[in-house]
Design a protein around this ligand. Structure first.
Ligand code: SF4
Length: 310
């Protein structure tokens, strides 16, 4: 086992022998995406997890995503290459504080973004992703007040799209909130022929420069179909790998964050590597385990999301 180890070959072999399925988020390293059976955004990955018949689900994403897979598949083993792959957005919504927030609005219908802990999901009426948030909120009875957590920027975008008023939990993602409006405007001036595509977790002052706002999957579909040839991409840079694969003749410029970096990567997502993926399959650890009562309580709002977005 040294530097010459063929991790990719080892992973494919283990996948067969374990009857495992590898699900990977668009924000994973490109080599991890390439070895996965399915690459998608949170909604597509939850849907893939719900229909899998594999004995083992290896989740290359962050902790809340692996939790979602486990909630939907209580009898299957769920592995995550690095248990420390958390999420700033989920961490900024601790369950006890969320309960106090919810208790202040006892009549409200509670919508939680999938980027939340299993404990927060368990206190929610329905879950949403950035792909289906507008569709989900549009199905809530008009006479019900709505609480939306934990991403305030996505919440504001959904309010604009649906015309529904919502009480927002003041959370945000460290990756999407640090895109620099100034640098984005500079890029637009430099590339007047480019379209700006952005994720709704970005701040409003960034989103107002976007030609298209959508989930990671919606952005991918948009750039592939668009007659334009150049795009400034305002989301985690991992998606550029699938864009280049799907439409290699186009140019993709990652929007820079408000620091010295040229592009913006999620430090949590990038904790998963090909080597850790191989080792977690070989050793069947780390495994995602949840208490049965929590699993059960979080299942109904997740199932409602899948039904409402079918
Ligand atoms: S990009 Fe943001 S929301 Fe997504 S996993 Fe990373 S920290 Fe969480």
């Amino acid at each position: 086992m040294g530097e010459t180890m063929d991790y990719e070959g080892g992973i494919r072999e283990l996948k067969r022998s374990m009857n495992a399925v590898i699900l990977a988020h668009y924000y994973q390293e490109s080599e991890v995406q390439d070895v996965a059976d399915f690459v998608g955004d949170s909604l597509a990955l939850a849907q893939a997890a719900a229909r899998t018949e594999a004995d083992v689900i290896v989740f290359c994403g962050v902790h809340f995503m692996a939790e979602t897979a486990k909630i939907l598949n209580p009898s299957r083993q769920v592995l995550l290459p690095d248990l420390k792959a958390g999420c700033s957005l989920s961490d900024r919504c601790p369950p006890a504080a969320f309960k106090a927030f919810k208790d202040k609005h006892p009549d409200a219908f509670v919508v939680s973004y999938v980027n939340s802990s299993a404990a927060v999901k368990a206190m929610s009426d329905v879950i949403c992703t950035s792909s289906n948030a507008v569709r989900i909120v549009n199905q809530i009875p008009k006479d019900r007040p709505i609480l939306f957590a934990p991403d305030q920027h996505l919440g504001r975008h959904v309010m604009k799209e649906t015309g529904r008023d919502m009480v927002l939990w003041p959370g945000s993602c460290i990756v999407h909130e640090i895109f620099s409006e100034k640098k984005l405007v500079g890029l637009k001036v430099e590339h007047p022929d480019a379209e700006v595509v952005a994720h709704p977790e970005c701040e409003q002052q960034v989103l107002r420069h976007a030609d298209f706002i959508g989930s990671t999957k919606a952005i991918l579909d948009y750039v592939v179909k668009s007659p334009k040839k150049k795009f400034i991409v305002v989301t985690e840079a991992g998606i550029l790998h699938q864009m280049k694969k799907a439409a290699p003749d186009k140019t993709y410029i990652p929007a820079p964050p408000d620091n010295g970096c040229a592009c913006n990567e999620c430090p949590y997502m990038r904790l998963n590597t090909l080597e850790k993926l191989y080792r977690c399959m070989r050793d069947r650890t780390p495994e995602l385990v949840l208490p049965a009562d929590l699993q059960h309580a979080a299942l109904a709002p997740l199932q409602r999301m899948l039904e409402w977005s079918a």
